[in-house]
Design a protein around this ligand. Structure first.
Ligand SMILES: [Zn+2]
Length: 146
């Protein structure tokens, strides 16, 4: 679809970094100052719903989401990982994999809810440093799938 931002596949550096790309999916490290380690698994082609994929494609996608979750847990040591697939604003299959901390700006709500608190700058900086290890950990977790 010509007006779909995920079809356009143009990632500005301020939006995030491409970590991995396969034939069907790609993984992005989102640049969100409040939520270091926020990753997104994006289906490359414009598909609206999970059930529009074949069973094999669904399995591949969920295996990738699992691999990213595993890497995020291992590297970021979050209090919780949130997995979300909404697609109300961008109806093109993508999964959010979000490390959550009890002191993050939106905890215990979703990351799209109102802010509940201010995270200490030192905690955010420590998490930002950890994200430097995420690309290698994600690539390694994905490589282990095959
Ligand atoms: Zn699209």
């Amino acid at each position: 679809m010509s007006n779909c931002i995920l079809c356009k596949d143009e990632l500005k550096p301020e939006e995030g970094t491409l970590i991995w790309r396969g034939d069907d999916c790609r993984v992005i490290l989102v640049n969100d100052p409040d939520l270091p380690g926020f990753c997104r698994v994006i289906w490359n082609h414009h598909v609206r719903e999970l059930s529009d994929l074949t069973y094999g494609e669904r399995e591949l996608l969920m295996n990738l989401v699992n691999a990213v979750e595993e890497a995020v847990r291992h590297v970021m040591h979050p209090d919780k990982v949130n997995l979300a697939a909404l697609g109300n604003q961008v109806p093109h299959i993508h999964w959010h994999v979000i490390p959550r901390y009890k002191d993050d700006a939106f905890f215990p709500g979703s990351v799209w809810s109102a802010r509940t608190q201010q995270t200490l700058g030192s905690a955010l900086e420590e998490r930002r440093l950890k994200t430097l290890d995420l690309p290698a950990a994600i690539k390694s977790a994905i490589a282990a799938l095959s």
